[in-house]
Write a protein that binds this ligand. Sequence first.
Ligand code: ASP
Length: 340
Amino acid sequence: METSVLVIYTGGTIGMKRNAKTGALIPFDFSEIEREVPELKKFKYKLDTHSFKNPIDSSDVQPEFWANIATVIKNNYDLYGGFVILHGTDTMSYSAAALSFMLENLNKPVIFTGSQLPIDSLRTDGKENILSAIEIAASQQSGKPIVPEVCIFFEDKLFRGNRTTKHSAENFNAFRSYNYPALAESGVEIKYNLPAIAKPKSNKVLKIYTQMDTSVIGLKIFPGINCDFIDNILNINGLKGIVIETFGSGNTPTSEKFLMKFKSAIDKGLIVLNISQCQVGSVEMERYETGILFKNTGVICGKNMTFEAAITKMEFLLANNKTISQIKENLQKSLRGEIS
Ligand code: ASP
């Protein structure tokens, strides 16, 4: 099949315009982008667009929105060689992580991008981002896509989506992948880091999952955290999982009161996944006595997963796995290259 790319426009700063009254940026339709980027007509392969009816600021993203993106990809999977998702930067890392789990047996590129400045600004970063993302989505080697993964392209780097975090609200270089190398770097040429890119294991057909279970919360601990407040959180009605962000390599306070609250909630079926507040490195609960004591409560180890990957993976597994032990096992292993 000849290379072809479907650009899916969901909203975000890239297509925003100023509200004449308030001066605030609001999402606009894709026509704005087409007008500002005439270069889109220069691609020699088929380039189509699918615009969401109501483009949104990505702060409004909900799991149903991820399900819509997954469905558009599934419905067009055989018609295109790759996909580019135009999306707001605020929650792009969550969406890229969620989609990586929701798309099973993916063997085509799904490249998220957006911009820090609207496409009609003189110094917009949107133009280069969208053009490079399309080129990457279309890139093939020996008739096969070079990057058959869910990724984020921003400024000059291509990252595995479920390894990223939005790191800056002001730099064009807005994303980081602290615990996994860039998959490509764009300069005069786009240089691919082939050993770091996933190789699809089979030619199985794409399967999409559209359900996520949001009975989860994130909890960041800090010195002096109030055990009674923790108790209230652990006993929230309907809560099934917590991603806890701990100190350093997975350490927490060691007071009996703190540890017992977690142990009794976990004994009753709550899933607690331990990731680090540090962006670089991994949870290793056996490294310090403090970590071992926390591990003994039944908490499980999230190694070097980002918060974005951990929380969306938990939502995905809660909705699609049957037993707590299956969820716990899958949380600790790599499903889409999100953990190492
Ligand atoms: N608030 C915007 C959004 O996430 C920010 C951006 O696109 O950069 O939709």
